[in-house]
Design a protein around this ligand. Structure first.
Ligand code: AMP
Length: 440
C-alpha cells in the first residue's frame, strides 16, 4: 500500500515525500479512500496512529480541487479539537501536508487575545482548527461565519465530551451547513460517541485501528511502593540514575507539577512543567524544548499532556497514579510505540493501592512491585516483592536555567471520566528521541 495508490493529489504526495512518510499507517489506509469518496467517517484511533493525516490529507485533497468562492474566504473545513495544544498540532499537520497548496490554516483557542484571531479570520481562512469554547466566542461576536464549511471534523470527540463541550459542539454544528461531509474521530466507540455519530453523521463508514484498553506488549510496567512524602526523593533517585533518557513525568495537579519541576531543578535535574495554568507560549516552549531533546524531563498533568504528539519515549514515570485507570493507558501510550521497547514506572503510595488494583484489572495483568531500599513504605502495599536492583549511578547533569512561565489562564476545562486507551500502533515514523533502555 502506498500513498500514490490512495489517489492523493501530486502536491500532497510531494509534501509526504518531503516528510519522508513512506507508507500510510493502518488508519490512513482505511480512512483516506473513504473520505476521498465523500463518505462520512467514524474513525476509532488515538494520537500516535497517524489519525491526523488520515483526515487532513483527504480534506486538503478536496479543498485543493475546488476553487474557493469569490470574496473573502470563509472556512471550508472546520476541525474541532479539545485542547489548545492539539489545535496547534493539527494545524501544523495541515500546514505541513498542505505546504505545496495555497491554503490558509488558522487556529482559534482560548487563553490568548481575541483580536489577532479576528484579524486572521478577516484575512481569509480555508481550514479552521478550533477549540469549541473560543469558536463560540467568535460566533457570538460575528467574527467568523461557518456557512461555507464543506467538511466538519470532530477530532478526539471522546475528549471533547469528557471536557463538557457537547453543548458547544451542538451550537457549532447548528451553524454549519447540513450539506457537508462529517468525520468523527474518537479513541473509543462507546455509546455516547455512537449517539453523537448518529446525530451528526450521515450513513457513516466505520474504521478502527485500536482495540480498546490495550497497551503495547513491549512496555515493561513496574511500580515502586513508597510513602507519598518520599516520592519526590525516589523520583530524583530514579532520574539521576538514568540521566540520558527523555522522560515524561506525570503529576496529579498543576501546582504539584510546578513544584515537582522546581524541586527536580534544585536537585540538579533540569525539568519543565506543562499544565493549563501556564501561558500558551510557555506551554508551547516547554513542549518544543522537550520534543527537540533540549529538555530531558517534562512534568505534565493529564489534561496538558492529552493528545500531545510527543515522539516515542523510552520512559514514562507516574509520580502520582491517575485518578482514572484509563488514563494510565493513555499516559503510557507515549512509550513502546511502533514495536519499540518502553518502560512505565509508577510511584505508588499506600493510599493509591486501590488505583493500582484498578489499573492492573484494566491491563489484565499484574504490575511488578519493587521496593527500593531506603524508600520502604510505612504501610505495605499488596504484591511488595523484589528488592531494587541498584545499578551504577550515573553522574548528575549540571544545573541549567529553566525558562519559567508565570501561571496565567486556568486549566481550560475540568477533566471528568476520561477514556483514551492507546495501543501504540502507528506507521513507520522513526522516534525522534534518544533511547537508552538501561534498567534502573
Ligand atoms: P497522529 O496520530 O496524527 O498524532 O500522528 C502521530 C505521528 O505520526 C505524527 O508525528 C505524524 O507526523 C506521524 N505520522 C503520521 N503518518 C505517518 C506515516 N504515514 N508515516 C510516518 N509517520 C507518520
Amino acid at each position: 500500500m502506498s500513498f500514490e495508490s490512495l489517489g492523493l493529489a501530486p502536491a500532497l504526495l510531494r509534501a509526504l515525500a518531503d516528510n519522508e512518510y513512506a507508507v500510510p499507517t493502518p488508519i490512513q489506509a482505511q480512512a483516506i479512500p473513504l473520505v476521498l469518496s465523500g463518505h462520512d467517517v467514524l474513525g476509532g484511533a488515538q494520537t500516535g496512529t497517524g489519525k491526523t493525516a488520515a483526515f487532513a490529507l483527504p480534506v486538503l485533497n478536496r479543498l485543493s480541487k475546488e476553487t474557493p468562492p469569490a470574496g473573502p474566504r470563509k472556512p471550508r473545513a472546520l476541525v474541532l479539537v479539545p485542547t489548545r495544544e492539539l489545535a496547534v498540532q493539527v494545524a501544523d499537520s495541515f500546514k505541513t501536508y498542505g505546504r505545496h497548496l495555497r491554503l490558509n490554516v488558522t487556529t482559534l483557542f482560548g487563553g490568548v487575545g481575541m483580536q489577532p484571531q479576528i484579524e486572521q479570520l478577516r484575512r481569509g481562512v480555508d481550514v479552521l482548527v478550533a477549540c469549541p469554547g473560543r469558536l463560540i466566542d467568535h460566533l457570538d461576536r460575528g467574527s467568523v461565519k461557518l456557512d461555507g464549511v464543506e467538511v466538519l471534523v470532530l477530532d478526539e470527540a471522546d475528549r471533547m465530551l469528557d471536557m463538557g463541550f457537547l453543548p458547544a459542539i451542538k451550537r457549532i454544528v447548528n451553524r454549519v451547513p447540513k450539506q457537508r461531509q462529517t468525520l468523527l474521530f474518537s479513541a473509543t466507540f462507546e455509546p455516547r460517541i455512537k449517539a453523537l455519530a448518529l446525530e451528526f453523521l450521515k450513513d457513516p463508514r466505520e474504521v478502527q485501528v485500536a482495540a480498546q484498553n490495550t497497551v503495547a506488549q513491549t512496555i515493561a510496567h513496574r511500580a515502586h511502593p513508597v510513602d507519598g512524602a518520599a516520592k519526590r526523593d525516589l523520583l530524583v533517585e530514579i532520574l539521576a540514575r538514568r540521566h540520558t533518557e527523555q522522560v515524561l513525568v506525570f503529576g496529579k495537579t498543576k501546582h504539584g507539577c510546578n513544584r515537582l519541576a522546581e524541586q527536580l531543578e534544585k536537585a540538579g535535574l533540569p525539568a519543565l512543567a506543562i499544565h493549563g495554568n501556564k501561558s500558551q507560549a510557555a506551554r508551547q516552549k516547554a513542549l518544543n524544548e522537550f520534543k527537540s531533546g533540549k529538555t530531558r524531563i517534562l512534568v505534565a498533568t493529564d489534561v496538558a499532556a492529552r493528545g500531545l504528539d510527543i515522539p516515542d519515549l523510552p520512559l514514562v514515570i507516574n509520580h502520582d497514579l491517575p485518578m482514572v485507570a484509563e488514563d494510565y493507558v493513555h499516559r503510557i501510550g507515549r512509550t513502546g510505540r511502533n514495536g519499540a521497547t518502553g518502560e512505565a514506572i509508577s510511584l505508588v503510595s499506600p493510599d493509591e493501592a486501590n488505583l493500582l488494583r484498578q489499573i492492573q484489572k484494566l491491563l489484565g495483568r499484574d504490575i511488578t512491585m519493587e521496593v527500593v531500599p531506603g524508600f520502604e513504605p510505612s504501610r505495605a502495599i499488596r504484591n511488595d516483592a523484589k528488592p531494587f536492583d541498584s545499578g551504577p549511578r550515573a553522574p548528575r547533569p549540571s544545573r541549567n536555567r529553566r525558562p519559567h512561565g508565570k501561571p496565567r489562564a486556568p486549566e481550560a476545562h475540568a477533566h471528568a471520566g476520561p477514556k483514551q486507551p492507546r495501543d501504540g500502533q502507528r506507521g513507520g515514523r522513526q522516534g525522534g528521541m534518544r533511547r537508552d533502555a538501561r534498567p534502573v
